[in-house]
Each structure stands twice: as structure tokens, then as C-alpha cells.
Design a protein around this ligand. Structure first.
Ligand code: AHM
Ligand code: MG
Length: 334
């Protein structure tokens, strides 16, 4: 009989990796897991109740907010506030950082940066969406945490993860010692370890990019796309093109099958579209921990300087050899 290991059991077991740990990070991860289950419940019944569509408001980036975006944001903020281990939240849906001042979290030492519902333009059409989170330890030692606490480089992350609400719902996370994936078993309401020690293949045959922006891509990216499309059976080209438009779903597929995901600069988004703090850094940490590579075409994402909470950056992420090839093209042609 196979033995089921739940996320909760796994987190407690892994606490042994950190001998001086007091269980705070474990509790924080547990809180995120609980909020994820609530969001999953709503995402799954989205067609049944009146929660699809726009809320009629926009976030700080001028993007219209979906009702589920707002719901997910609220759930994660509530879980992190009540849980007591988080002192500061940065969310894609909030212009300003959220300082948690309740008594219970007085001495909380973690900062959580989150995109509560990424790819939400896909909600209305039943396509996978996800949550991305990144966890840092606060650097300031007393009083209220500072903005600088939230502007740490990606290399300072203590944990990061994503939840993909797909044909099944999965939570994948790392604390810097490999990557593990858990699938939600709805019959028992638990995330169960289904993908231990995930590794992204070194080579892949899938490229994911919004080719509608082709005309505005840097020359290096145009050359790389042509390289992917050329016929060369010895390197299994042409590669397949797959683009869901939901970064987590695209990256999750690439993580399992091998592949590259690119969101380069375009003329309308000269710095790329995706956000460094709660999209690119956590995904870069996870992919590197799985043996892959993440850069902006020139520089490692995790080493990039963080100047503002909602800063954008371009990203080339996925199988090591594919990302290296794309970087070569950027060096030569861009
Ligand atoms: P969002 O955070 O507003 O949902 O935007 C991020 C999403 C990513 O999930 C996805 O990869 C990308 O935007 C798609 O953008 P585009 O439609 O420009 O290709
Ligand atoms: Mg997003």
C-alpha cells in the first residue's frame, strides 16, 4: 500500500534541515497552503457563482482587476495576517507594502511577496491560473520593518513557491534544498507529495513566448526563435511552441518536460512585462533549485538589484542549455 505524505507532514519533517529553526517558516508555509486551498475552491467553482469577470477597478499597473484576483489577494493577506509569522506583505494587487501590526505578529520576522492570482486574464475561459510567492527574512532588527526589507535581492530568498490551479491543483516550493511538488487530493483536502525532488531536464524541445510581439523583440530573441523553428533532426528541431499566457502553467509544464519560457523587452514594455519581486525572483529561485537557469538574457535574475516593489524585468528561464543558447544569441545580436 502506498503511503501518503501531506504537505504539513513534509514541512515538519524538513524542519530538521534547519537545526536552529523554531518552526516559524514551517507555520508560514502552512498558512500559505491553507489560503491556497481556499483560493482553489473558489477558482474551481468560478463558473457556478457570480465571481467571474472584472471588479471594475484597476491595480497600480492600470490592469483591470478580476473579482477572483481580489478574492485571492484578500485570502492570502488574511492567512498571513492571522498566522502571525509575517510582518510585511508585498502584493501585485496593492500599490504599497502592507505592514502587519497586529499583536500576534509583533515579532514576526518574515516578509512575503506574492502575486495572488497570476494569469488572471485566463480565468474567464477556464484556463489554468496560479499563485506565486517569495519569502524573505527581515533585515532590520527592531521596530516596524522598512521598505528596504522588501527590496532584497532574489539571492536572499529563504523560500519560494507556486500553486497552479490546473487540471489538478499543485503546490511546488523550495526552501533552497531542492524542489518538491504536492498535488491537492480533493477527497481529503490535503496537498500530498506527488513530485519529490523535482528536476528540470537540461535540454528541452518546447519554447514559450508571446510571438505576437515578434516585431518588437530584440534581434537576439528573433534569432533564437528562428533557431527554434529551424529543421535539424540531430537536435530535435524544430521545437514545439506552447504558450498558455499563464506563466506558472507555462513554467510548470517546462519544468516537467523541459523547455524555455521567455518574456523579453518589447517596445511597449521596454523592461519586460513581468515583475521582479513577486514573479521573476521566485520562479528563478525554484527553477535554479531544480537545476535550471534564469536570466534576463545577460544577467542572473536572482542577482538583480531591486529598486522598487513593482519593478519589471525581462526573463529567460528554463532548461539550462536552452537558456544558455538564447543568451548566446542575445550576446551576439542584441
Ligand atoms: P498578470 O500578473 O497581470 O496576470 O500578468 C502576468 C501574465 C503571465 O502569467 C503571463 O505569462 C503573461 O502575463 C502573459 O502576457 P502576454 O499576454 O503579454 O503574453
Ligand atoms: Mg502576475
Amino acid at each position: 500500500m502506498s503511503v501518503v505524505k501531506t504537505l504539513g507532514q513534509f514541512i515538519i519533517e524538513k524542519q530538521k534541515d534547519f537545526p536552529y529553526a523554531k518552526g516559524e517558516l514551517s507555520r508560514l508555509l502552512r498558512d500559505i497552503g491553507i489560503a491556497a486551498k481556499i483560493v482553489n475552491r473558489e477558482v474551481n467553482k468560478a463558473g457556478l457563482v457570480n465571481i467571474l469577470g472584472d471588479e471594475g477597478t484597476t491595480n497600480s499597473h492600470g490592469e483591470s482587476q478580476k473579482k477572483l484576483d481580489i478574492f485571492a489577494n484578500h485570502q492570502f493577506i488574511s492567512a498571513l495576517t492571522c498566522g502571525g509569522e509575517c510582518c510585511l506583505i508585498v502584493s501585485e494587487e496593492n500599490d504599497d507594502p502592507i505592514f502587519i501590526e497586529s499583536d500576534v505578529s509583533h515579532n514576526a520576522k518574515y516578509i512575503v511577496c506574492i502575486d495572488p492570482l497570476d494569469g488572471s486574464s485566463n480565468i474567464d475561459v477556464n484556463v489554468s491560473v496560479g499563485t506565486i510567492f517569495s519569502i524573505y527574512r527581515r533585515k532590520s532588527t527592531e521596530g516596524k520593518p522598512t521598505l528596504q526589507d522588501a527590496l532584497q535581492r532574489g539571492t536572499e530568498q529563504v523560500a519560494a513557491g507556486y500553486i497552479v490551479y490546473g487540471s489538478s491543483t499543485m503546490l511546488v516550493y523550495t526552501t533552497g534544498k531542492g524542489v518538491n511538488g504536492f498535488t491537492l487530493d480533493p477527497s481529503i483536502g490535503e496537498f500530498c507529495l506527488s513530485h519529490p525532488d523535482m528536476k528540470i531536464p537540461e535540454d528541452g524541445y518546447i519554447y514559450s513566448i508571446n510571438e505576437g510581439n515578434y516585431i518588437n523583440f530584440p534581434d537576439g530573441v528573433k534569432k533564437y526563435i528562428k533557431f527554434c523553428q529551424e529543421e535539424d533532426p540531430s537536435t530535435k528541431r524544430p521545437y514545439s511552441s506552447r504558450y498558455i499566457g499563464s506563466m506558472i502553467a507555462d513554467m510548470h509544464r517546462n519544468m516537467i518536460k523541459g523547455g524555455i519560457f521567455l518574456y523579453p523587452p518589447t517596445s511597449s514594455s521596454p523592461k519586460g512585462k513581468l515583475r521582479l519581486v513577486y514573479e521573476c525572483n521566485p520562479m528563478a529561485f525554484i527553477i535554479e533549485q531544480a537545476g535550471g537557469r534564469a536570466t534576463d538574457g545577460f544577467q542572473r535574475i536572482l542577482e538583480m538589484e531591486v529598486e522598487s516593489l513593482h519593478q519589471r524585468c525581462s526573463i529567460f528561464v528554463g532548461s539550462e542549455n536552452m537558456v544558455r543558447k538564447a543568451e548566446d544569441m542575445m550576446m551576439k545580436y542584441s
